[in-house]
Design a protein around this ligand. Structure first.
Ligand code: APR
Ligand code: ZN
Ligand code: ZN
Length: 369
């Protein structure tokens, strides 16, 4: 079939809206119609050319809400008409990683997904005989796309897809980092570095976990009002202090925070986030993605004296088994998403969504098909 898609032909060029070919679903695959898709920093990172794993030409996008249109042979867990959130971290339930019970990083289709291909080693997208590659196994910037069954979380049809699409990446990543990865206990003191979509979601996670003190840190004070509305108890701008921000935080909290979350992707703030943790037990979680080739540093004594440094992808959330409950939490008003959608626009305007992101003007732009 012919589908309209935003094609990234080359790194560093604007996306091009055009009609391309999409082959139907093969064994274990599902054709979905994207209803809405958020634009995330990772799409911009790949488009910039700085992502060493970026493969072109491709259809970007990985934060969608969609409806099942057709199922391929052997598909049993979803039906035509089901509402789904595509998963860039699938859940096969059978690989060593899924069976470990210790991680959400299913590896069942990792190798082909990393090459921009479906599990059988081919692409479903093409134009004039030239293959166009999939992206993160999702390619949400197309009206229709094909995904493996194991990469779809079936959700409640009552949920508006133009909002819960953000559970496909940013919102879940921030909340999951707090609830799944750090497992913050009630009464904890928490520091959150960076108040974009991820950090604001981490604040929501800290509220759900009943953290007592939630300290939000950003160099852009425009972010503070919304952070407070969501439940931040203190907002601080590192630029207002002569000392390193970790020292400020340690002074504010009688020795350091119980948990910190780096939601910027900057290796210097990753160090600050570790070093503001309380001696003996403080844990820091890296959520932001640093540029290719960058390295983190600290004095090992920080770890010897009991601080813990860890990281998380997709908030440690197993998409198929846990995302439906995130949708229910949204429907009950326990997770706020509507406020995260700063702009909506048709696919034709997608390049404007990237501009708004680069200008720091949006928490999230959502493409409505
Ligand atoms: N100190 C404090 N805050 C900072 C600093 C800094 N040195 N540098 C940037 N910030 C703030 C910005 O002002 C912004 O509010 O961090 C926030 C980052 O927000 P966004 O750019 O909207 O990013 P977000 O979508 O939340 O993603 C954060 O996670 O998935 C990754 O690639 C993504 O690395 C990025 C990170
Ligand atoms: Zn993302
Ligand atoms: Zn698996």
């Amino acid at each position: 079939m012919k589908v309209t898609a935003a094609v990234a032909w080359k790194a560093g060029q604007p996306l091009s809206i055009e009609d391309i070919n999409l082959d139907g679903p093969k064994h274990g695959e599902v054709l979905i119609r994207n209803v809405a898709a958020g634009v995330c920093h990772t799409d911009a990172f790949t488009l910039s050319g700085d992502d060493p794993e970026g493969i072109f030409p491709t259809v970007l996008g990985h934060e969608a809400g969609a409806i099942v249109e057709e199922i391929g042979p052997g598909v049993t867990s979803v039906q035509v008409g089901d509402h789904v959130i595509p998963l860039y971290t699938p859940e096969c339930g059978q690989c060593k990683f899924c069976l470990s019970g210790k991680t959400n990083l299913c590896q069942a289709i990792r190798v082909t997904q990393g090459k921009g291909l479906m599990p059988d080693g081919t692409s479903r997208f093409s134009k004039n005989g030239q293959a166009i590659y999939h992206y993160m196994g999702t390619s949400s910037f197309a009206e229709y796309t094909v995904l493996p069954e194991i990469s779809l979380a079936k959700i409640n049809k009552a949920a508006p897809l133009d909002k819960v699409c953000l559970l496909g990446c940013g919102v879940t990543t921030g909340i999951g980092a707090v609830l799944n990865t750090a497992k913050v206990e009630p009464g904890s003191t928490v520091a959150i570095f960076g108040l974009g979509g991820i950090g604001l979601s981490a604040i929501q996670g800290a509220v759900i976990a009943n953290a007592e003190r939630i300290i939000a840190i950003d160099i852009n004070e425009d972010k503070f009002e919304f952070a407070k509305q969501l439940g931040a108890t203190d907002c601080i701008n590192p630029k207002h202090f002569d000392q390193p921000i970790q020292d400020v935080l340690v002074d504010m909290t009688d020795g350091g925070v119980d948990y910190s979350f780096e939601c910027i992707g900057n290796v210097n703030t990753m160090r600050s986030a570790l070093e503001c943790c309380h001696k003996g037990w403080g844990e820091s979680v890296i959520v932001g993605v640093a540029g290719a080739g960058q390295e983190i540093s600290t004095r090992p004594f920080q770890l010897v004296t009991g601080r813990v440094w860890r990281g998380t992808a997709f908030g440690g959330v197993k998409g198929r088994s846990e995302l439906p409950d995130y949708v229910e939490k949204y429907l009950r008003g326990e997770i706020k998403i509507d406020e995260m959608v700063t702009y909506t626009m048709p696919l034709n305007d997608i390049n404007r969504a990237f501009d708004l992101m680069h200008q720091g003007k949006s928490i999230r732009s959502v493409i409505i098909y």
